[in-house]
Design a protein around this ligand. Structure first.
Ligand SMILES: O=C(O)c1cccc(C(=O)CC[C@H]2O[C@@H](n3cnc4c(=O)[nH]cnc43)[C@H](O)[C@@H]2O)c1
Length: 216
């Protein structure tokens, strides 16, 4: 029997959107990770105990970096990066990597993300972007932080709060991880009135209609 694919989302609204996209395909399980990297790591690790999965996907909505990922678009991680794990120094931010205490970067399975990108681009449903996605414990709320992150992390396209946590648990179990998100807001000044959560959830549903074709 083929193993199932585990999809971890933060909240129920994202779970509903992903399940709609999967249209009852029972080769997938969509579980709640909770919000933030710690909850995501714990809940993914719990979901893995006693179960065997072929792949793990971190899915949900995200903030898009200006001119890199527009509202409603789909973003696919080439790398899942812990964006704020490190130390502030007089010379600027030093990541855990640079400090020599471990890695803050987990590479996505490139053959899978490339296959997903090709299938999605061919179906031309919604604009799609491939690049590093950062995981933050604190949602960025100023233009200054957004601009610092964009220059510190080359090519970063989007910011979420769970991807690195889900990927860390997957890595601990020797499994490949992917991160697929849709953009609800622009990373920058906090303005909840500009959030387009409904649009992002509709795109999330569409993002998962082609997943069975790519993974099964
Ligand atoms: O109250 C706020 O200002 C606020 C700002 C951004 C996000 C929140 C949330 O509670 C949602 C967190 C939830 O959604 C994902 N997400 C969506 N946009 C972003 C973002 O710009 N930066 C980081 N995470 C974002 C995240 O993965 C969480 O699951 C509240």
């Amino acid at each position: 029997m083929n193993k199932k694919v585990l999809i971890m989302v933060a909240v129920e609204a994202e779970q509903t959107a992903v399940l709609r996209g999967l249209r009852g395909n029972n080769s997938f399980e969509v579980k709640l990770a909770g919000v933030g990297p710690v909850a995501a790591t714990i809940n993914t690790a719990k979901a893995l105990i006693g179960n065997e999965y072929s792949y793990i996907i971190s899915a949900g909505i995200a903030g898009g970096f200006e001119d890199r990922a527009e509202i409603g678009s789909i973003v696919v991680a080439s790398e899942m990066i812990a964006g704020d794990l490190g130390a502030e120094t007089p010379e600027g931010f030093s990541s855990l990597n640079e400090l020599g205490f471990g890695s803050t970067i987990i590479k996505a399975d490139t053959s899978l993300s490339n296959r997903y990108m090709e299938t999605l681009s061919a179906s031309a449903i919604v604009p799609v972007h491939l690049g590093p996605i950062i995981t933050m414990s604190t949602v960025t709320g100023t233009a200054a932080t957004a601009s610092r992150l964009a220059s510190r992390i080359p090519g970063v396209i989007a910011e979420g709060m769970e991807g690195f946590g889900v990927a860390s648990a997957a890595q601990a179990y020797g499994l490949s991880a992917l991160e697929i998100r849709t953009i609800s807001n622009c990373v920058g000044p906090r303005d909840k009135s500009a959030w387009r959560i409904g649009d992002a959830l509709l795109s999330l549903e569409q993002a998962f209609t082609i997943i069975p074709e790519v993974l099964l």
